[in-house]
Write a protein that binds this ligand. Sequence first.
Ligand code: SAM
Length: 304
Amino acid sequence: MDGGPGRGRSAAPASRLSPKQLHVTELFCGIGGLAAALPPGAEVLAVDQSELARQSYAHNFGHAPKAWNIAGLKSLPPSDLLWLSPPCQPYTQRGAQRDLADKRSAALLRVCALLPLAQPRFVGLENVPQFQGSDGHAHFLKALDGYQIWQGVLCPSQLGIPNKRRRFYVLASRRGQVAEPVFAPEDLSLDQYLDPHPDPILFLSDSDTARLLGVLPIITLAQSTETFTSGYGRSLLKAGSLLRTVDGRVRRFSPKEILRLHGFPDGFELTPGLDRVKQYKLVGNSLSVPVVRVLLNALGLDTQ
Ligand SMILES: C[S@@+](CC[C@H](N)C(=O)[O-])C[C@H]1O[C@@H](n2cnc3c(N)ncnc32)[C@H](O)[C@@H]1O
């Protein structure tokens, strides 16, 4: 799949592998942020419990994810690359930060138990920055005993993309050192990502704008968007940026604009007819595709 503006690249490690030679398992696949970062030809087995996520994934990638509950897996599918984006609620500031005591951590714990038996060549994990230093993080690192590890917080703004989405990543390789991710920033501006004719439903009423003016997270075209969360369709506060347009009105970003900011190609479509709040939930949960490409390159995988 072709990326949108700000497609990430990193300096090539000495021996690069084409994902076309690889079998990939994408756990907690959502709408397919990892699949969108791989070139056509990679063989991907994806898993997600959410029917809505699976429908959008299948609509774009031509294969349907498995509806398995990862917490109940007996083994991990054999693969060269295992990618996981487990639920972040056990670690977020907005959640109760119950870490492994949160029942949504059960699936990550299951993966940790199965990983030493499966021993995929490469492993990648994405989560919120607060995952770093958690008990979940410690369990995961223990399951990667014997792997070379790189870990850190990255943001699409490092590629020049006008979107902040700081996420913590772990990369692991059983085949030598993981290279330091390398960013080649481009000069990108917010207007490149906007719908030419924004849907009128995106605009706030004058009364809402006046009532909430001091607290709304409003940005201008010269700024970067703050992280869009899965609650953006329900909340105007602390869930992602609002845009002040050149005519002075204030509006939400559309799901399509958020997908572009996340680096999904223009041809990518959520399931047609999907309710707007659910669209925001799916895109707010997803990944920065160009950042994932930088990470795959750091593992020595070719993403062209
Ligand atoms: C943070 S989102 C990952 C989004 C994904 N990386 C993307 O690009 O859209 C977490 C996903 O994990 C799924 N999930 C959570 N618990 C699960 C479980 N026990 N088994 C399978 N899927 C699960 C959710 O439905 C959700 O889509």
